[in-house]
Design a protein around this ligand. Structure first.
Ligand SMILES: Nc1ncnc2c1ncn2[C@@H]1O[C@H](COP(=O)(O)OP(=O)(O)OP(=O)(O)O)[C@@H](O)[C@H]1O
Ligand SMILES: [Mg+2]
Length: 331
């Protein structure tokens, strides 16, 4: 499969804990938080890559860097063969490729302008990025409302007059208005009731097929991954722990962290749900981490001396299946 998105060695660091003047005199330096650390990632045309991992592991940061809303600290982001990592986020807002990469946010309430009607929210990207289509904006908005099954009567309402599921549809219609090739979705259903979540997931699955888009799909929910993803990337404290197809990850997880994550998910097959693996110990700090030490050490049930002196790199476990663990065995 040709890669639509090809990310290599991507890092995003944040400076934290700026010392006060007296602390500075005493030689205290600010800390550097490694939110995304040396990540490689590929997404093929029409492919859905799920990005999972616990809270704070860097999923949203990675999603925002890929969607070019924030800048990387290091590394390259190639999209359709073009190196877009070099274009500053504020310049990318006006770049012709902006329309090809769009984002759907977690909370539709926060991502929709409260002073705009649903119509204006959906029309906004068309008016900004596609001036040629300005005369036909109304037609396009009605088409998009139909595409996401949003009743036309709701188009004149403001976000606070819509339900969570309806707002999610507006957010999705807005994101697909310019027919992007890649949609970055950051927990797009986590603010919704379970029953509405299922409907919105089905809509996203159908839209992907109808419009031929690729997704980077950030979620906490492994059931969602099983439902709509082709491949899965498991992140732990800023680094990729394991990447593989849904089949490889669910059937033959190689990284101890992936196994712990999966142990919390019912398999759906009686007698096949693995025993729950409870991780003990505290996660390591993402601030100024020791580059030699495996980030999972301290919580890993299998950690050895080597894990404390040599950071494991991603290694092949099977075709297209990689894991970053010294103790993982290739299939
Ligand atoms: N602007 C920022 N300044 C400093 N630290 C930040 C900033 N944005 C994110 N972080 C830190 O980067 C790390 C990754 O955050 P991120 O939001 O990407 O995690 P996440 O995996 O999306 O978590 P969640 O599942 O809770 O949404 C966290 O330690 C977070 O505190
Ligand atoms: Mg997040």
């Amino acid at each position: 499969m040709t890669a639509l998105l090809d990310v290599a060695g991507l890092c995003r660091r944040f400076t934290v804990g700026q010392p006060g003047p007296i602390e500075r005199l005493r030689g205290k330096r600010p800390g550097v938080l490694h939110a995304v650390d040396a990540v490689d990632l590929r997404i093929g045309e029409g492919e859905v890559l799920g990005l999972v991992g616990e809270s704070g592991c860097g999923k949203s940061t990675l999603a925002r860097v890929v969607a070019r809303l924030i800048d990387p600290s290091e590394g390259s982001i190639r999209f359709a063969g073009e190196d877009i990592g070099q274009i500053a986020a504020r310049r990318f807002a006006r770049h012709p490729l902006r329309r090809s990469i769009q984002m759907v946010f977690q909370d539709p309430t926060e991502s929709l302008n409260p002073r705009w009607t649903a119509f204006d929210c959906i029309a906004d990207p068309i008016r900004r990025m596609d001036p040629g289509a300005a005369a036909k904006v109304a037609d396009r908005v009605h088409e998009l409302a139909a595409l996401v099954s949003l009743p036309e009567t709701l188009l004149q309402r403001f976000p606070h007059q819509l339900s969570g599921g309806q707002k999610a549809r507006v957010g999705i219609a807005r994101a697909v208005a310019l027919r992007p090739r890649l949609l970055v979705l950051d927990e797009p259903t986590s603010a919704l009731d379970v029953s509405v979540q299922v409907v919105v997931l089905k809509l996203l699955d159908e839209l992907k097929r109808r419009l031929g888009m690729s997704y980077l799909f950030v979620t906490h929910d492994l059931e969602v991954v099983r439902l709509i993803c082709d491949r899965v990337a498991v992140m732990y404290l800023g680094r990729m722990a394991e990447v593989g197809t849904v089949g490889q990850i669910f059937e033959r997880p190689s990284h101890p962290y992936t196994r712990a994550l999966l142990s919390a998910v019912p398999s759906g097959v009686p007698g096949r749900t693995p025993q729950r693996i409870q991780l003990s110990g505290d996660p390591r700090s993402p601030i100024d981490p020791d580059p030699r030490i495996c980030r999972f050490l301290g919580r890993c049930p299998n950690g050895t001396e080597r894990c404390g002196t040599e950071m494991p790199q991603l290694r092949p476990m099977g075709e297209g299946h990689v894991a970053a663990c010294h103790l993982a065995d290739a299939a």
